[in-house]
Write a new protein. Sequence first.
Lengths: 115, 113
Amino acid sequence: AQKVTQAQTEISVVEKEDVTLDCVYETRDTTYYLFWYKQPPSGELVFLIRRNSFDEQNEISGRYSWNFQKSTSSFNFTITASQVVDSAVYFCALTLKSSGDKLTFGTGTRLAVRP
Amino acid sequence: DSGVTQTPKHLITATGQRVTLRCSPRSGDLSVYWYQQSLDQGLQFLIQYYNGEERAKGNILERFSAQQFPDLHSELNLSSLELGDSALYFCASSVQGTTDTQYFGPGTRLTVL
């Protein structure tokens, strides 16, 4: 069985602040994949990043960065110098090689960036 | 734009009715997935098809069924609709499956009155 926990239900920041969204996952598998998706107010789900369990390198893409730590089963997402356009619900998700292709999602974190 | 298309965008219907949601995957993708997003259940995996065959089933009700056609588009059929079926239904596609990245369509918002 697998589980994803996003303990932060809502976060509100002022523009230009840095913000970190937490994601903790549970699995006994050694091969798994982690994802982050963004759901803006328009409703679509936008893919942000995919990470496999064997690659613990942190990744940076512009203002976005991800910190993957197997020791704490966490895959946290940081937005640097947040902007109003970052306002959205962010979902962390997990899929296991052993149990097929379904994504198990966390409950999401709603981020509001105020001007 | 993910390249995955879904129609219709919105659907309003009555309890007891039947509806069909349609999805066209990204060009070249063989796997199609259906997910339901509701306030109480969050995002839940329903079913996956790969190249026309059912590959995996999740929390899909018996009143719901899906299929993938030879041109790889997929349809999700919801019957005997109940108020609780009101939700956002997403289709996603990936190249093959096996943990490939899933790209999501814009969703179909179903309202059952």
